[in-house]
Write a protein that binds this ligand. Structure first.
Ligand SMILES: [Fe+2]
Length: 160
């Protein structure tokens, strides 16, 4: 029975590793940079206030660091290191809160501001400057990348 529980821990750690790797690959390297491009454009051309906060950019940086720390911990667990459960749970909880707060901040403050400040022309400019770097999402895109197969199946299963 303990062997079974041990195996379940490994499965959970692997799944967590896939989630974190997805967040780092897509969120940190594609999604946030896209928001940064839009927000930079806004600050440069449409913002009247020279003291406009750069909170968005700072939060993106913080999320990168927090994700890397958590990933390191998960890797250690997968290498059989003994990590106290409360330490792991606290780190995970912090990370989730940070992500959630960030999403709320964007949805409630940043997006409405951008929506009301940027013109159609602005969006066209931004779209063009982003166009070249647009890679497809490896989990929610047309094709699921091999490295996210397990995660994809798990998500689908939870949805049924
Ligand atoms: Fe975002």
């Amino acid at each position: 029975m303990l062997d079974g529980l041990h195996q379940e821990h490994i499965n959970m750690a692997r799944l967590l590793r896939d989630v974190l790797s997805y967040l780092s690959e897509v969120s940190d390297r594609q999604h946030h940079p896209k928001e940064d491009v839009i927000y930079d454009y806004y600050l440069k051309y449409r913002c009247q206030d020279p003291d406009m906060p750069t909170q968005l950019l700072e939060e993106h940086q913080k999320l990168i660091t927090a994700g890397a720390e958590l990933r390191e911990l998960v890797e250690m667990i997968l290498m059989d290191a003994v990590i106290p459960q409360d330490q792991m749970a606290a780190k995970l909880e912090q990370f989730i809160v940070l992500q959630q707060r960030h999403l709320d901040y964007e949805e409630k403050e940043v997006f409405p501001l951008l929506r009301q400040s940027l013109t159609e022309d602005d969006w066209r400019h931004i779209e063009q400057s982003w166009h070249n770097s647009g890679a497809e999402d490896p989990l929610f895109g047309h094709q699921v990348a091999e490295r996210y197969r397990d995660l994809f199946e798990r998500l689908q299963h939870n949805h049924d």
